[in-house]
Design a binder for this molecule. Structure first.
Ligand code: MN3
Length: 199
């Protein structure tokens, strides 16, 4: 049993003009595709072969770097595709909004904290909104690490994440990461984020 590259829940051009079709296609087929196949290779012969990805990530400190990099890449991109959608709602509602307000005082404060995490992550990595019990925190991780890994500084269940590797935005935004992060708010699928928050 091995991991498979999941299909995108929408067409490559569905997130235009926020994320261009060429970026989506390369990101999905080449980058996510490579993480998936390299994860399968790296797991061969280890005790974690055939385990669920969450279990693998929780024990990542005992596994080779290739599993950490490619297992993170496999999981992170699967989440990333799902928490976006064309014409996403601009703000969350219901229990998720209540939790955001109670953890950050306001949606705006949360947005500022998440944006700050995305912009200050040096080099390649991710910014996250993480569930810890009933509350929410923002963090960022380097490379393809994520909050499910036992090596993460801030642990918990990721409910929203943004890929700030240059491959996620360079074709359209070049070095302008702030413009990409700002535009990202227009394609967030808050229903999916709420589903992940509910667990
Ligand atoms: Mn990526």
């Amino acid at each position: 049993m091995s991991f498979e590259l999941p299909q995108l829940p929408y067409a490559y051009d569905a997130l235009e003009p926020i994320i261009d079709a060429k970026t989506m296609e390369i990101h999905h087929t080449k980058h996510h595709g490579a993480y998936t196949s390299k994860l399968n290779e790296a797991l061969q012969g280890t005790a974690f072969e055939g385990k669920k990805i969450e279990e693998i990530l929780a024990g990542i400190s005992s596994l080779p770097a290739a599993v950490r990099n490619n297992g993170g890449g496999y999981y992170n991109h699967g989440l990333f595709w799902e928490i976006m959608k064309p014409g996403g709602a601009s703000e969350p509602e219901g229990d998720l909004l209540k939790a955001i307000n109670s953890s950050f005082e306001s949606f705006k404060n949360f947005k500022d904290a998440f944006t700050q995490a995305a912009l200050t992550r040096f080099g390649s990595g991710w910014a996250w909104l993480i569930k810890q019990g009933d509350s929410l925190v923002v963090s960022s991780t380097p490379n393809q690490d994520n909050p499910l890994m036992d090596v993460a500084d801030v642990k918990g269940t990721p409910v929203l994440g943004i890929d700030v590797w240059e491959h996620a935005y360079y074709l359209k935004y070049q070095n302008r990461r702030p413009e990409y992060v700002d535009a990202f708010w227009n394609v967030i699928n808050w229903d999916e984020v709420a589903k992940r928050f509910k667990g």
